[in-house]
Design a protein around this ligand. Structure first.
Ligand code: G1P
Length: 289
C-alpha cells in the first residue's frame, strides 16, 4: 500500500469574529496581529514547516483582506525598494513562499466547521489532508505541532487530532475525546462537564482521511444547529485509526481576548528589541496600579 503524505491543509477562515467587534467589522480576526505578524501567517508558517505545499483558504467574500494579504503588492514593493527597506520588503514577499500554492474557496453561509471543511472537498479530492484553526496558536515545540502530526502519519498512516487537558468546567467549549491507549474511540462536541467522557480537548489541528467528506455530507446539524467536524470524525472512528496527539509547546486561544493578549506578550518577549523595555514598563505599571 502506498501511503500518501500530507501535502495540503485547509484553513477555515470564514467566521465573523464577533468576539473582536468592532475591530472585526472590517479586519478579519485572522488578520489581527501577534505583535506584527497576522494569525493567518503564523498558521501558514506552521503548515509550511510541516511540509505542506498547498493551502486552501475557506473564506467569506466579506473578508477580502485575507486574500489581498497573500497577493503580491507591487506598489508597496516599489516604495520599499526606493527606501532600501530590505527587511520590510522581504516580510511582504515572504507571506507565501515560492512553490506553495494557495487555493481560495468560499463558505457563503455560517453552517459550522464541518460545513467549512466540506467546502474544500473539490480541491482536496481523495488525498489525506490537514485542517488548522488559526485561532489556536501553538507556540514552541520544535518544528511545530502540525509537523509532528504529519510525521506520525508518515510513520504509521494514522490520522490524528491535537489534544490537551482542560478543566472539567470547560468541556462545553471543545470537542472532547475518549481514548483507548493512544487511539480515539469516541468523540463528542462541547459536552456538559457532567457528561464529558474525559477532559481531553481537541485543539485546532487535525490530520484527516478524505473519507471525512462523505461522512460530513451525512451528519445532521449538531451543537448550535451547525454541521460539526467532530460529528463527522465520530462517524468514521470505527473505520480509521485516529490518534490523540498531545503536542509539545503551549496553545493560546487567540479567539479570546485574553488568549490573544497573552500570545502578544509571549511573542513580544521573544523580540530582543521589545523584551527589556516591555518588562521594565510592565513592572513600573504594576507597581503604580
Ligand atoms: C472548534 C471545534 C471544537 C474544537 C475547537 C478547538 O470549536 O468545533 O471541537 O475543540 O474548535 O479550538 P469552536 O472554537 O469553533 O467553537
Amino acid at each position: 500500500m502506498i501511503i500518501l503524505s500530507i501535502d495540503i491543509v485547509v484553513l477555515p477562515v470564514a467566521g465573523l469574529g464577533s468576539r473582536f467587534l468592532p475591530a472585526t467589522k472590517v479586519i478579519p480576526k485572522e488578520m489581527l496581529p501577534i505583535v506584527d505578524i497576522p494569525l493567518i501567517q503564523l498558521a501558514v508558517n506552521e503548515a509550511i514547516n510541516a511540509g505542506v505545499r498547498e493551502i486552501v483558504l475557506v473564506t467569506n467574500p466579506e473578508k477580502p483582506a485575507i486574500e489581498a494579504y497573500f497577493r503580491p503588492q507591487p506598489v508597496l514593493e516599489q516604495v520599499l525598494i526606493k527606501k532600501g527597506n530590505q527587511a520590510a520588503l522581504k516580510s511582504i514577499r515572504d507571506t507565501l513562499p515560492e512553490g506553495v500554492t494557495m487555493h481560495i474557496t468560499y463558505q457563503y453561509e455560517s453552517l459550522g466547521l464541518g460545513h467549512a471543511v466540506l467546502c474544500a472537498e473539490k480541491i482536496v479530492g481523495d488525498r489525506p489532508f490537514a485542517v488548522m484553526l488559526p485561532d489556536d496558536l501553538i507556540d514552541g515545540g520544535g518544528t511545530g505541532c502540525l509537523a509532528d502530526m504529519v510525521q506520525l502519519y508518515n510513520y504509521t498512516s494514522a490520522c490524528s487530532l491535537a489534544v490537551e487537558e482542560v478543566p472539567r468546567e470547560q468541556t462545553n467549549k471543545y470537542g472532547i475525546v475518549q481514548l483507548k491507549g493512544y487511539n480515539i474511540i469516541a468523540m463528542v462536541e462541547k459536552p456538559d462537564p457532567e457528561e464529558a467522557p474525559s477532559t481531553l480537548a481537541v485543539v485546532g489541528r487535525y490530520v484527516l482521511p478524505s473519507a471525512i467528506f462523505s461522512a460530513l455530507k451525512k451528519v445532521q446539524p449538531g451543537v448550535g444547529g451547525e454541521i460539526q467536524l467532530t460529528d463527522g470524525i465520530a462517524a468514521i472512528l470505527d473505520h480509521f485509526e485516529f490518534r490523540a496527539h498531545r503536542f509539545e509547546g503551549t496553545r493560546y486561544d487567540c479567539g479570546s481576548k485574553l488568549g490573544h493578549l497573552k500570545a502578544n506578550m509571549v511573542y513580544a518577549f521573544k523580540d530582543p528589541a521589545l523584551a527589556i523595555p516591555l518588562r521594565q514598563w510592565i513592572v513600573e505599571y504594576l507597581l503604580k496600579t
